[in-house]
Design a protein around this ligand. Sequence first.
Ligand code: ZN
Length: 511
Amino acid sequence: MLKKCVLSALPFLAACASLEPPAAPVAKATATPPSATGDAWFDAGRTAVYERKIRKAPTRKAKNVIFFIGDGMDINTVTAARIYDGQTRGESGEENNLAFETFPYTAFSKTYTTDFQVADSAGTASAMTTGVKTRSGVIAIREKASRGDCSAALKNAVDTILEKAEDAGLSTGVVSTAEITHATPAATYAHSAERGWGVDSAMPDAAKQAGCSDIARQLVEFERGDGVDIALGGGRAHFLPADDADPEYPEKTGARADGRNLAAEWQAKSPDHAFVWNRADFDAASADKKLLGLFEPGHMQFEADRPDDGAGEPSLADMTAKAISALSANDDGYFLLVEAGRIDHAHHGGNAFRALKDTQAYSEAVKTARGLTNENDTLIIVTADHGHTMAIAGYARRGADILGLSVYRDEHGADTPIKATDEKPYTTLGYMNGPGSLFAPDADLDEGRPAPDQSDVSDKNYRQQALVPTYSETHGGQDVPVYASGPNADLVSGVLEQNVIYHIMADALGL
Ligand SMILES: [Zn+2]
């Protein structure tokens, strides 16, 4: 069989092997539940093995796929958020699991794009929604087209999983706490040479003349199947004319130069189309409407700030639940993208607190989705597009405040900050670069590194100390985790090129 594979000139033996008929099953040792030894760690470990031995292989065909992307949610963010989440319930934290950490299958995803070692959200999201890696900065077009080249983009659009799902008669939805025109959500329904073309006023005239449409227009004018069924997020200004006042902030206006009111156009499509922009209308919106919900002119609030929003905003879990209840009406199934878009923004600001809080809200959304769906017919994949530079460092004692100083218990049982070689305390979380840099242009280094104290680090706006001064903390180039549950979930294993995630989802839906 091996010889046949080599002769067939397949480049990868692994791909070849997968085409072989399955070998005769090897008898497994009978799994019997382990008896308790009384040693809690030992018993929990043996139970974990037992559970894996009796695990039933998932089915292959999915009715529905829910694809969760935590923007910038790398492994360090997951670990820190897991601890934070447990600590908000008064637990030690380390032993806690976020909702998706109980999923049975995991993998690593390699996030580089065709032109960048450290990638952005547009190229990475496009890899996962189209099945092909491409350049950073572009939305669902092939790498052959250069960033910003409208004419080349028009010739190099790649079908997305959402488009194919619409073609196949499935329902589709897009949910994000970022602008709905932002790179990640856009990569499901739009094709663009430039991620920044969210609204016409942000596009160069040459691109408009060459026939390219802004991303907001592409959502409303989407023609595949019966159109996107539900879209919830921020980015309202991209849909409203520059002459019109924003409904929530009358001192602000829309951003469209063409005078079109795309929210009104969405509503006018049919009596079944509805537009909402605040919490009360969102709550009241019926699940049989094709709903466009835009809750801020720009990105939605961070979870930490959401309670202070004047008009009220639904949480990511609320939006996920609304989308699932709307999409479930289709007996043929659905594809839904849910993005926690602002984990990334909090990291860019060097503010770990908001990143962890948004990751906690993301976990709640995953929990909601798993609770509303059946593992036998719904594949849920949870991953990130790329990493950041946050590290979890030092030797903090078990249960130490994850957002606090790195501490040990002294001989009197008191928490005592661990000192660095400059005799000053440091925090457990820190960044490689960013606005919290010790060497920022305005830094006063006469006294050396500033000594953080517990009251500084408890402030919700605290920026953890960082090394290299950059205006915005940068993305990281490390692999990110992938978690899966449901049909085809067992294909999520090993180290994956990021574009393989598309193929696992498309295969599950038979697209
Ligand atoms: Zn980013």
